[in-house]
Design a protein around this ligand. Sequence first.
Ligand code: NAP
Length: 282
Amino acid sequence: MGQIINGKEIALKVKEEIKTFVEQRKNNGLKIPKIASILVGNDGGSIYYMGSQEKVATSLGVGFLKVVLEENSSNEEVIKEIHKLNNDEDVQGIILQLPLPKHLDEKKIVKEIDIHKDIDCLTFESQGRLYMGEANFLPCTPNSVVTLLKSINIDMEGKEVVVLGRSNIVGKPVAQLLLNENATVTICHSRTKNLKEVCKKADILVVAIGRPKFITDEYVKEDAIVIDVGTSSFEGKITGDVDFDKVINKASLLTPVPGGVGALTTTLLIKNSCEALKDYED
Ligand code: NAP
């Protein structure tokens, strides 16, 4: 039977580092990090994420400014708010809650975020820098995957890693971060042929497809490490892409959902705001 990778426990260690950083700055009369989070409209998921970001930030002593705009705001109104936050010297990190209401032009709006405050790595420039090895900030969910692996001393160099999913926010950047760790990375998607066979080659299988319990033991090599990024609502519960009960008997290590990748993501976002403050002062 495999072991569970405890994301909550790993997040606690990162939280302690952030707390110490903030306390030391406070004690020395220095500026503390502050995040601004923009919500346009009433998307349920976004309201939930904004609430949990605020809770974690506040508990660590990091400032959190909520900017809530009407559902029917125009592109110009949202951009005006972003420009205001770009110019606010007390704000080091800007989070734009996605998805935006359908009538808004997401690409046009996102690109207005100052890349020095783009702690969620959303802009084209931030993403380009990531692929050139020059990232200001690592995107939080992909970074959570790599941080979990590093925290339990997994050496990724030379490992066969299969990433299932090729989205711009998870699949592609996580593949890039794993490549940076010198893993041999294969990216799969909905058109991949012989998916089971490809997945079964993986020493480390990272799954981010949004299909609850899709990955059974038939996709997993004996003693592989399996990282489940999926968070779908299934039968009233947050459920991963991996069929936990089946895979735990085959994998050597497995992340649970909840309590795995997601448990660390918000903490890493807040850590990025501390990095942004350090960069600002340099
Ligand atoms: P997405 O944009 O919908 O992308 C899903 C990817 O999975 C696509 O590349 C798609 O292939 C591929 N795919 C879908 N069905 C497949 C199948 N049957 N076989 C093979 N590939 C398949 O999703 P996302 O934004 O990357 O999110 C993925 C999951 O991660 C979701 O459950 C999301 O809620 C979760 N998530 C979790 C966190 C966290 O912090 N824990 C953060 C972000 C997202 P094509 O490209 O060919 O369509």
